[in-house]
Design a protein around this ligand. Structure first.
Ligand code: ASP
Length: 352
């Protein structure tokens, strides 16, 4: 990774971290192909950033990637980088592809303990080098939000967020919902943290603040990735369910269920669920619905899952459930401890 330092000392300091994705692309006139641009020239590409009285340094990942290639190792290096540079900056903006941005933002939210400064993910649907790009606006709003402080000099949004299409969302509440519209992300189960119009309107009652506004972040890079996701669907077979729930390599399975947490009530299905739980697998219940919550007491089918030992993860997103499991399993050896922690609201990822 390379660090480019903006020599001027100004009011606020922001570290812009470039990992890849559409936002950093520009048309190469030689062959008219979209290619990553030289990120050390970001101020030349987006001169509007120069109008802020901020010092903006940039940091470029060793490998610029399409976010479909994101691996947990990227999350680990981002968490450690933020920990290392924490005292030098007021906020961090991460430029990232949109495809897996909700996973990365969720992961970072768990991996950054005692966060008191903004970590804002953003990207774009159109490359920054294209006339109608949404990238410039997304980037400019993200930088302004990352630098925003209250009258006491504390960050207005000390959270891991996604800023996209004038909306600031809690990172671990977001899902990518549209592949070609500028409104690519939604946070259905939690209100916006801020909205950018003529002014940026902060919804402070929705923002999480640490008990100590000056606490220092601690990176928690340990992850255990032995998680599978099983999407329940009509016609699912016992072979498929058994392969996933009882797979040797799997420590936990996210069951993407119907509605408020329902799954087939057939005996063979429940037998496999019980078999997996007898093998000490961590089975969690997350709804396939974009909005709403798992309530396994509502219907008999959900109740059977609960009785078998499946953990209801309330209104968490699948992206966030995956990140939470990676994080908890990386930090706790006992599956019972992981099950207990799943029910706790660690970073605002679930509602009470
Ligand atoms: N495939 C791209 C990525 O996620 C899409 C984007 O950036 O919007 O890296």
């Amino acid at each position: 990774m390379k660090l480019f330092i903006d020599s001027e000392r100004k009011k606020a300091s922001i570290l812009l971290i470039y990992t890849g994705g559409t936002i950093g692309m520009k048309m190469d006139p030689a062959d008219m192909a979209l290619k990553p641009f030289d990120f050390s020239q970001i101020l030349a590409e987006v001169p509007e950033l120069g109008k802020f009285a901020y010092r903006i340094d940039s940091f470029v990942s060793e490998k610029i990637i399409d976010s479909s290639d994101v691996e947990p190792s990227l999350w680990q290096s981002l968490a450690l980088l933020i920990e290392e540079k924490y005292d030098d900056y007021d906020g961090f903006v991460i430029l990232h592809g949109t495809d897996t941005m909700a996973y990365s933002a969720s992961a970072l939210s768990f991996m950054l303990d005692k966060l008191s400064k903004p970590v804002i993910f953003t990207g774009s649907q159109l490359p920054i080098g294209v006339a109608r790009t949404d990238g410039k606006e997304n980037l400019i709003s993200s930088v302004e939000i990352a630098a925003a402080k209250d009258d006491d000099g504390h960050a207005l949004v000390p959270e891991v967020c996604i800023c996209f299409d004038n909306m600031l969302m809690r990172g671990n509440r977001t899902t990518k919902v549209n592949s070609d519209n500028f409104r690519a992300f939604r946070s259905e189960n939690y209100p916006l943290l801020a909205e950018a119009g003529i002014h940026i309107k902060y919804n402070r009652a929705n923002i999480r603040y640490p008990d100590d506004p000056e606490c220092k972040v601690k990176a928690m890079p340990l992850l255990d990735t032995r998680v599978s996701v099983l999407k329940i669907h009509p016609g699912i077979t016992p072979q498929v369910v058994r392969n996933i729930l009882c797979g040797e390599e799997t420590r936990a399975v996210i069951m993407e269920t119907y509605g408020s947490g329902n799954a087939p009530s057939k005996e063979w299905f429940l037998d496999i669920v019980r078999e997996a739980i007898a093998m000490d697998k961590i089975l969690v219940n997350v709804t396939q619905c974009l909005a709403g919550t798992v309530d396994m007491d509502l219907y008999a089918t959900g109740k059977k899952l609960k009785d078998a030992g499946v953990i209801g993860c309330r209104d968490i997103t699948v992206e966030s459930a995956l990140a939470k499991l990676f994080h908890l399993m990386g930090n706790y050896e006992s599956n019972d401890e992981v099950r207990q922690m799943l029910d706790m609201n660690l970073r605002g990822e679930i509602s009470k």
